[in-house]
Design a protein around this ligand. Structure first.
Ligand SMILES: N[C@@H](CCC[C@H](N)C(=O)O)C(=O)O
Length: 282
């Protein structure tokens, strides 16, 4: 049977996904479709596929698939885009939305301009690798982990924002050969579940330049959970305070690691690119 699936292409800081409302267009094999639809020349072209659905625990649910078909537990940029999708298409009139993800329920706070969502703050929760003995007051120096690749040694901080990240601070980010080193670190034996890799450079007070190699999608223009992990790693290693702007290839995100709740708050834009439809043979 051939079905027509309506989708919306959206991006957050250039991190682009195909969004499908599964309450109207059920999808049976998202792993396979994410690979086919994400392909740049033969598909729609994207960093992956995002399914919006119902939830018995929250207002809506999100599932996120990378371009290689693997399913991730959380996506920062997609969660902001879902907030925009739900409000702008009239699926909700709430400006505070509970979103059920594989890494728990995230709270989206929508910021409107002219009746539409132009930016969203997402409560990303508590970073999982926050040291247990940390009092939350000052910067706790954290030992960076040495990682060797092809005889070259890197020092990285691992932070989980629902999905795993390895953050490596460097003096000159332009010196990093990301297409070469990215996949080697993603698939390093230290990380049996693979890992998202961020290279970061401190530009000045509260300003961090970051480039990302995403697990399952390769180089992307931005990564929301990666920006949060970078800001957390910068704070934990004494390189930044609690508020950072993370500047990526496709745009910037403002990250606050709230002292009282210990939750990470991510704020940034969400943009619709176009609506489309594609034939699916079931
Ligand atoms: N781009 C995302 C993260 C997507 C999932 C990631 N590649 C993984 O496999 O963990 C973001 O904005 O957070």
């Amino acid at each position: 049977m051939t079905r027509t699936i309506k989708f919306t292409k959206m991006h957050g800081a250039g991190n682009d996904y195909i969004y499908v409302d599964t309450t109207r267009f059920p999808i049976e094999h998202p792993e396979e479709l994410s690979k086919i639809w994400s392909a740049p020349h033969t598909g729609i072209g994207s960093d992956g596929l995002v399914l919006i659905g119902t939830s018995d625990k929250a207002d809506f649910s999100m599932r996120i698939f990378n371009a290689d078909g693997s399913e991730a537990r959380m996506c920062g940029n997609a969660s902001r885009c879902i907030g925009k999708y739900l409000f702008d298409y009239g699926l909700t009139s709430k400006t505070k939305i509970m979103l059920d993800t594989l890494s728990g329920i995230k709270v989206l706070n929508l910021h409107l301009a002219d009746g539409k969502v132009n930016s969203v703050t997402v409560d990303m929760g508590i970073p999982a690798d926050e040291p247990a003995d940390y009092d939350g007051k000052g910067a706790k120096p954290m030992k960076e982990q040495p990682i060797e690749v092809d005889g070259e040694r890197y020092a990285g901080t691992t932070v989980s924002m629902g999905n795993p990240h390895l953050v490596i601070f460097v003096n000159d980010i332009e010196d990093v050969d990301l297409p070469v080193i990215g996949p080697k670190l993603e698939n390093h034996p230290l990380f049996p579940e693979r890992i998202n890799v961020e290279f970061a450079q401190i530009l000045g007070e509260g300003k961090i330049r970051m480039r990302v190699w995403e697990r399952g999608s390769g180089i992307t223009q931005a990564c929301g959970t990666g920006a949060c992990a970078t800001a957390v790693a910068a704070f934990l290693t004494g390189r930044a305070g609690r508020d950072s702007t993370v500047i990526m290839d496709g745009g910037s995100l403002n990250i606050r690691w709230d002292i009282a709740t210990r939750h990470v708050l991510m704020t940034g834009e969400a943009t619709k690119v176009f609506d489309g439809e594609i034939e699916l043979i079931d």
